[in-house]
Design a protein. Structure first.
Ligand code: ITT
Length: 184
């Protein structure tokens, strides 16, 4: 069985990729090494910086991911600041900022980096369009899941099973690309 180290402290992300590979010959192993999330404009740069930081201390192939929610009415906020915003103003703060708007479209993005020792990473990007709800709904998932409904659905990510969320989500798509690459 192929081992794939995943550098993350986020148990929700870990559970989602583990669900996706459960029928494959791949075992995803968490390594919570931590890396600084630099203040830049896009997720790709955050992921690449993270890879360089980890390569200095870890000598095996690994993956890491940077993800974020980009809300149109808020000009792409919280975007690259999604983690900080989640732990500060949280979902209630986001819903309050959007109290008076009917423009509720948003985009979830996920950037996976696959890196081998001493090599540049290969990036895999997944996106999921959707809308921001008026109220929080559901108890599954993590992060912004209770306020995000993917396009073509009526349930929030937090009202879906992991398997169902993977079918629609930014992460599901990025992981599928990564798995296609690893198969070759
Ligand atoms: P790492 O250790 O893997 O970096 P993290 O929690 O720092 O995990 P990110 O910076 O990639 O994760 O993501 C920023 C935030 O965006 C994260 O804390 C969540 O609140 C949110 N987020 C990411 N993916 C999400 C998803 O699928 N559903 C809901 N919220 C998500």
């Amino acid at each position: 069985m192929k081992k794939l180290y995943f550098i993350t402290g986020n148990m929700g992300k870990l559970a989602e990729i583990q669900e996706r590979v459960k029928t494959l010959d791949i075992k995803v192993i968490q390594k919570d090494l931590g890396y600084p999330e630099i203040q830049v404009e896009n997720l790709e740069d955050v992921a690449e910086y993270g890879v360089k930081h980890i390569q200095k201390q870890f000598n095996e192939p690994f993956i890491l991911e940077d993800a974020g929610l980009f809300i149109d009415d808020l000009d792409g906020f919280p975007g690259v600041y999604s983690k900080y915003v989640f732990y500060t103003i949280g979902l209630k703060g986001i819903l309050k900022l959007m109290e008076n708007t009917t423009k509720r479209s948003a985009l979830f993005r996920s950037v996976y980096a696959y890196a081998e020792p001493n090599s540049k990473p290969i990036l895999f990007v997944g996106e999921c369009k959707g809308t921001i709800t008026i109220k929080e709904r559901g108890t599954g998932g993590f992060g912004y899941d209770p306020i995000f409904v993917p396009e073509g659905e009526s349930k929030t990510f937090a009202e879906m099973s992991r398997e169902e969320k993977n079918r629609y989500s930014h992460r599901g798509k990025a992981v599928d690309e990564l798995l296609d690459f690893l198969k070759k």
